[in-house]
Design a protein around this ligand. Structure first.
Ligand code: HEC
Length: 190
């Protein structure tokens, strides 16, 4: 077969004025799969302001995924309920504000997306660790957390608010999660 003429990688060439054989991509080139046409999905913003809707429907799976990702990436600082008392904070990191204050309860959904995407003050961004769709799942879960911490008795079907503290079996060695005592029915047989 014919030996095709070609340049070795990064070899010099006097064909172009800059003497480079490897050509830089044309201005405005978009790599395959990198066309972020849906600006809201990737920024949480409409123009310069955060928007207040989810870019896809929130199903139970979405909230479950958000909860899982939140507990991995956010809870170490923000705590599992989002009050800002995470373990990292106990070890001296700046304490974040609680999500259960008025300002953040009223903050639009896109705002939370933006904080994760670009960071906020002392908080680093999580754009590299958490893909956009998962960031939205976390947004949905944060809103659920906020509702859960401000529910009225009517909203939870007459259940006591705040709910009674959980009762645990004797804590084990610490190597396993403590088990909840079975709920008392009021008519204990023993
Ligand atoms: C390493 C600790 C840490 C982690 C992990 C972390 N945060 Fe934060 N977060 C902070 C701190 C500290 C602040 C307050 C920053 C400041 O005021 O300078 C903050 C602030 C915030 C705020 C409030 C911004 C405001 O307007 O006051 C939101 C919302 C937030 N974080 C969301 C998240 C989410 C969502 C995650 C998980 C993807 C996350 N954070 C992970 C430390 C953390």
């Amino acid at each position: 077969m014919h030996d095709q003429p070609r340049m070795k990688t990064y070899a010099m060439s006097d064909f172009y004025a800059d003497l480079r054989s490897a050509r830089p991509p044309v201005d405005g080139t978009v790599a395959r799969g990198q066309l972020h046409e849906d600006t809201y999905f990737y920024t949480g913003k409409i123009g310069a302001n955060p928007g207040d809707y989810m870019p896809f429907p929130v199903t139970e799976d979405v909230v479950a995924r958000g909860r899982e990702r939140f507990n991995i990436y956010c809870a170490p600082c923000h705590s599992r309920v989002g009050d800002g008392n995470g373990m990292i904070v106990k070890r001296g990191y700046k304490q974040p504000p609680t999500y259960h204050q008025d300002r953040l309860r009223k903050a639009p959904l896109g705002y939370f997306f933006d904080v994760m995407t670009n960071g906020f003050g002392a908080m680093p961004d999580y754009a590299a660790q958490i893909p956009p769709r998962d960031r939205w799942c976390i947004v949905a879960y944060i809103r659920a957390l906020q509702l859960s911490q401000n529910a009225t008795q009517a909203e939870v079907g007459g259940q006591q608010v705040p709910s009674a503290p959980a009762q645990f079996e004797e804590p084990g060695s610490g190597a396993t999660l403590p088990t909840l005592l079975p709920e008392s029915t009021g008519e204990e047989k023993k």
